[in-house]
Design a protein around this ligand. Structure first.
Ligand code: SF4
Ligand code: SF4
Length: 161
């Protein structure tokens, strides 16, 4: 249960996944935000109107995948580290997954690292392709990870060294 473990259920994860057709068109935001809290920077950051207006500040974000171009601004501005960008068109065998990174120790582009799932379990070996300073200028980074394509919706972090 999310409130006890911090880990969303399989059903919750499936409920926010873009469909296969959208995934085949390139990078897209995946918002794994499942707890109602007074928060909406993902909405205010999105200049394309892909994240729908909140009727109430406690609403869960809703995204129109058709309007999202995978720019990643919402990844940078989400204080809950709940937004990712998944690009399944990266290569035949790998997907590119962008994750927020707020730790002082940061990896370097080109390095290999264990890919961790939402429970912190190692599920793959991934490659850090890019370490991007956050567009929000908050001192954080966005890591671009090449992960086995079949694990694009499993890998959500790498260990802190
Ligand atoms: S990735 Fe960019 S376009 Fe897509 S929802 Fe986030 S801010 Fe909007
Ligand atoms: S900014 Fe992040 S935590 Fe806040 S509502 Fe949006 S996705 Fe959820």
């Amino acid at each position: 249960m999310l409130s006890k473990t911090g880990v969303p259920t399989r059903e919750q994860v499936e409920s926010v996944k873009p469909d296969r057709e959208r995934l085949a068109r390139g990078p897209v935001a995946v918002i794994e935000c499942f707890q109602q809290i007074p928060c909406d920077p993902c909405y205010t950051a999105c200049s394309r109107g892909a994240i729908q207006p909140f009727a109430d500040i406690n609403d869960l974000p809703r995204i129109d995948f058709g309007k999202c171009n995978g720019c990643g601004l919402c990844v940078a501005y989400c204080p809950g580290l709940a937004v990712f960008v998944v690009d399944e068109t990266y290569s035949e065998t790998e997907a590119l997954v962008r994750i927020p990174w707020e730790f002082l120790n940061r990896p370097e582009a080109g390095q290999k690292a264990p890919g961790l799932n939402r429970e912190g379990k190692e599920v793959a070996l991934v490659t850090v392709k890019r370490v991007q300073p956050s567009p929000s200028k908050n001192g954080a980074y966005i890591l671009w990870l090449a992960v086995p394509k079949e694990l694009a919706f499993e890998v959500r972090s790498i260990p802190v060294k």
